[in-house]
Design a protein around this ligand. Structure first.
Ligand code: HEC
Length: 163
């Protein structure tokens, strides 16, 4: 009787112990899972729409014949001053977008505020290929008096995405 009782208690103790081990395992694995998810989340956030969109657009430019893109060339072209029609005789991309891409710019003609060009400072940037192309077309024509080539647009985006 006492032996049975002893065994019963022993068996129960083993079951409790097993349950504890199981709980520890579940806890450990869920901790690993949660930890893993938390590590993945920032990666997802940084590979957001703008990153994926820019990758696609750049791939398109390469199929159109562009060679490796250069951040330096993009930066230089961005700041390049071009002679234009009065009253905006000196023009560049910075005429409207400003010198600090993390800050808002101001349209030289309408005086309207333009949200920062930096994707890091402005999560709304570079969301769709259609918008990117629409504004490249309009702004290259206004600034340089001509369309930009696939190479130039790729250099711009390579520079802009790093701001
Ligand atoms: C006359 C003013 C003006 C000039 C100069 C200008 N831009 Fe813009 N740009 C705008 C406006 C307005 C928008 C649209 C509003 C917005 O996106 O906040 C825009 C948007 C853009 C976008 C779209 C970004 C997106 O989020 O999709 C790109 C790319 C761009 N400009 C590139 C350029 C480049 C390259 C130059 C120089 C060749 C340039 N811009 C010069 C006014 C200008």
């Amino acid at each position: 009787m006492s032996k049975d009782l002893g065994n019963g208690i022993y068996a129960e103790a083993i079951m409790v112990h097993r349950a504890e081990i199981k709980a520890k395992f579940v806890n450990r694995y869920s901790a690993i899972l949660v930890g893993g998810l938390m590590m993945l989340l920032p990666a997802c956030a940084s590979a957001n729409e703008s990153g994926a969109t820019i990758d696609n657009v750049l791939a398109g430019y390469q199929s159109a014949g562009a060679v490796e893109f250069s951040r330096q060339r993009g930066e230089a072209l961005w700041a390049k001053q071009v002679v234009g029609a009065e009253p905006f005789s000196s023009r560049s991309c910075t005429s409207c977008h400003g010198a600090d891409l993390k800050k808002p710019g101001q349209h030289v003609q309408t005086k309207k505020t333009i949200a920062p060009m930096s994707a890091a400072a402005n999560s709304q940037r570079y969301q769709t290929e259609a918008d990117i192309e629409k504004w490249f077309l309009r702004n290259c024509k206004w600034t340089f008096g001509r369309e930009c080539s696939a190479q130039e647009k790729g250099d711009f985006l390579t520079y802009l995405r790093m701001q």
